[in-house]
Ligand binder design. Structure first.
Ligand code: HEC
Ligand code: HEC
Length: 451
């Protein structure tokens, strides 16, 4: 069995272009193009780092169960939760998708809730009865909060050359609301799970680089700013870089907030799980430990994600892909989706430090126009601002998860649809793609598929 993999990777590596020398020696990228493409560790990892990686992998893949349970080690799910495992939403560490119809349930996405205003830390203001996220499942004796449904209106977009692309505009509704009706001034944000590889490299980009990118003059309407978010760990406001609005400071906090918000597992960073202020049954339900996830377990989960390699680009020598790469720059995509960034020193995992990487993101917030707006501010991000998502590995998304969706709410079923939704600061880029010849557009898509 192993030799087949070896042969496959040898064949694959014959097509891999020469990467920058630092990437070759430290191998923070992977040439794996199978369904496991997003699950590879950076190479090499020291023996004890490999052990931590494996332990973290086990916890990220763990299906948690409701307390009280004999298996205390894996208990603690809920009492309110969305899914029972990280990989239920991030299947094979990849991205999630939106349901295709209102009847279908949300399998790898969630709906954030708030009312206008901010908490003392600047976070969106949670609802007293539902908190800041709708949990669709409850432990015995604790009512699930309700269900969210997505309804779509399809419209046609006409492209130069006569091609017609149908895009769908989502609308959210709720049913089975167990804690009363939603307020009139409710703010919602439906978000699919993004992929979780390459997180360590994004964490290793220095703050100073992000501030410099934000300050750089940019063509046309393009701007870009950092989000400033409250860090529970550092007890101060810092630059945000994770989440669709760069609304979370660190990978450890992102992990702890997913444990609490999505699965109801408490940790030292989020000791109270996810019961809303007025949800007494939730607050009185049994727990499996205080906290349910130890600091060591949280570190292991964080380490696993830090060490997950990003896929290397493929077939960069092909003429069509090279044409596409050029068009990508000409259409100003690269201003936001930055193809070249250098990481800084990263003591936690030194291999991630001082690397030339190609994440195709600036981690900055951009106003993407009214069509993509959720009208729900998140720290310094306005209702229409989103973090540029990294594009590395995006070409393998459907290989890893055939349903994989694009954009924050998974409305885009294809990469072309995702591009056609670009507005606001990216409106000119979008128009250029619409006006390209059919052939040019194909080159551009081939290029993105090669990442
Ligand atoms: C219910 C589905 C769901 C579950 C379960 C879930 N996530 Fe997520 N994850 C999401 C969504 C949705 C986002 C985007 C959140 C946002 O924009 O605020 C996200 C974001 C992330 C990010 C940030 C990625 C980026 O590009 O910034 C990481 C890392 C992450 N999750 C890790 C985890 C881990 C680890 C677990 C398990 C402890 C987990 N998630 C459980 C849905 C889920
Ligand atoms: C002004 C900055 C900006 C420019 C210019 C820009 N993008 Fe984006 N791009 C974004 C942001 C922000 C998002 C996320 C929007 C959302 O989720 O609602 C995004 C999303 C995407 C996605 C979907 C990614 C995912 O993870 O689902 C693709 C693909 C993409 N852009 C490609 C392009 C291409 C191709 C161009 C040039 C034609 C381009 N972008 C120009 C900022 C930009």
């Amino acid at each position: 069995m192993w030799y087949r993999f070896l042969v496959a990777s040898l064949i694959a590596s014959a097509f891999i272009p020469s990467l920058t020398s630092s990437q070759e020696t430290a191998s923070v990228v992977t040439n794996n193009t199978t369904r496991e493409a997003y699950s590879q560790a950076i190479q090499p990892l020291a023996t004890e780092d490999m052990q931590t990686f494996q332990q973290g992998r086990g916890l990220v893949r763990q299906s948690w169960i409701i307390s009280p349970a004999l298996d205390r080690e894996i208990a603690g799910l809920g009492p309110l939760y969305n899914r029972n495992a990280c990989i239920a939403c991030h299947a094979k560490n990849g991205r999630g998708f939106a349901p295709d119809s209102p009847e279908e349930s949300m399998r790898s996405m969630l709906v954030r809730l708030s009312i206008p205003g901010k908490t003392i830390t600047g976070a969106p203001l949670p609802l007293p009865w539902y908190g800041d996220q709708l949990q669709e499942f409850g432990a015995p004796g604790v009512n699930a909060e309700g269900r969210a449904h997505l309804h779509y209106a399809e419209t046609d977009v006409l492209l130069n050359g006569g091609e017609i692309v149908s895009v769908r505009t989502p609308r959210i509704s709720f049913s089975n609301l167990a804690y009363g009706s939603m307020p009139d001034n409710l703010q919602t944000s439906a978000r699919i799970a993004p992929a979780i590889y390459g997180m360590g490299l994004l964490a290793a980009i220095p703050d100073s680089t992000l501030l410099a990118l934000a300050a750089q003059p940019k063509p046309g309407k393009i701007k870009g700013k950092v989000n400033w978010v409250w860090s529970a760990e550092q007890q101060k406001t810092v630059i945000g870089r994770f989440g669709w609005k760069a609304n979370v400071a660190t990978l450890r906090e992102q992990t702890a907030s997913a444990l609490a918000g999505d699965m109801g597992l408490s940790s030292h960073l989020f000791p109270h799980g996810n019961c809303a202020k007025e949800q007494t049954a939730c607050q009185q339900a049994p727990v499996s430990g205080i906290p349910e996830i130890s600091a060591a377990q949280l570190e292991q989960m964080e380490f696993y994600q830090l060490a997950l390699a990003a896929p290397a680009p493929r077939q960069q020598q092909q003429a069509s892909i090279q044409r596409g790469a050029l068009l990508f720059r000409q259409a100003q995509c690269a201003v936001c989706h930055q193809p070249e960034i250098k990481t800084g020193a990263f003591p936690r995992l030194t291999a991630l430090g001082e690397q030339a990487i190609a994440p195709y993101t600036d981690l900055l917030l951009h106003d993407m126009g009214p069509a993509l707006a959720d009208q729900r501010p998140d720290f310094a991000a306005s209702g229409s601002e989103w973090r540029t998502p990294p594009l590395w590995g995006i070409g393998l998304a459907k290989q890893v998860e055939p349903h994989a969706g694009f954009l924050h709410d998974g409305r885009a079923r294809t990469i072309l649809e995702a591009i056609l939704w670009h507005g606001g600061e990216a409106e000119e880029s979008r128009n250029m793609v619409q006006q390209m010849s059919r052939q040019e557009r194909q080159h551009l898509l081939d290029f993105i598929e090669s990442l």
